[in-house]
Ligand binder design. Sequence first.
Ligand code: PLP
Length: 374
Amino acid sequence: MLYLDNSATTKVAPEALDAMLPYLQEEYGNPASKYYTLAENSKNAVKQARNQVAAIVGCDPDEVIFTSGATESNNMVLKGIADYYENQNQTIITTKTEHPSIIDTCEYLESKGFHIIYLDVDKFGRVNPNKVKEAIENYHPLLVSIIWGNNELGSLNDIEKIAHYCAINNVFFHTDATQVIGKIHVDISEHPGIRFLSLSSHKIHGPKGIGACIIRKENETLQTKITPLIHGGGQEFEYRSGTLAVHNIVGFGKAAELAHLNLSTTKEHLEQLEKSLTDILINQFKDKISFNNDQQFKIPGLLSLQFKGVNNELLLKKLSNHMALSTGSACSSGKPSHVLSAAGFTQNEIQQTVRISMSKYINVDDLDFFKSLK
Ligand code: PLP
């Protein structure tokens, strides 16, 4: 079975699994406990994982807040900021091609009286940074939340420019970096405008149910304050209470370390796979296919394409014994893609669309299967 749905989730790296196992067996201490070795061992393991996650995004370890995943991180930032600053500013700017964990949270905040501006996007689902600038100047928002790399079309937003506009206007900026971590260079120390960032372990060959929200420390001009989503024992610097899932955190840390260490080889490999697959598909299907995604400024290894006149769900079912593909985002299965609609695709085009997302565990030879398709 050829697994080509790595934007939905990834295989756990054997190294991450090995690192986790002791914390599901003999090392079961609660890292918040004191004075005995079992607790100390867990505490040290969490500390190491925090360093590993911090290194892959370029922040300080104490800016890493472990959550259950990017969905929670996105909720944490939007609801947390909205709650804390409710009496000062109720405007949030985002785009029409965010992940449902942003869009649905924005709709919830709208129902509570917040003013949400959903910016239009181009045919690749990307927002024009000048439109973000204009909107900031016109609406003076509390927060701007814009996805770094789109999970359906793979397009990268110009985060550098957007972060700069937010910084010079003293506006909080959050980016959902879930799909780009381990695939492109991410170093938020280069973008002081980014105040919050979401990432997830299971997209980088770590376990599911764990992710992080990066909350940058306060600076002279911007106080970073959010109300926690989960109250309780005060873990995670009071931002997210609950006993830490040490085994998951350790697995996430190991996956982050590997992703960081191997970034350039992974990126090159994914680009090579993408090129080979594109060539095979064009050769095999000629004008019976068309690509939805941009060729440049994109997440390597992710393709979105249409098989003309073929219903995507029927195609996926037909191929399901041989390969795992997707019609788009796994999180919005069942609903027509809001991302492709916002990017201007017709209903018919959306129903022909297939997403192929590759990983470092795929070899160029594995793609030969596509040569047998008609
Ligand atoms: N944000 C993006 C861009 C995603 O692609 C996903 C997962 O598909 C999420 C957020 C949600 O991540 P998690 O599964 O960790 O909650």
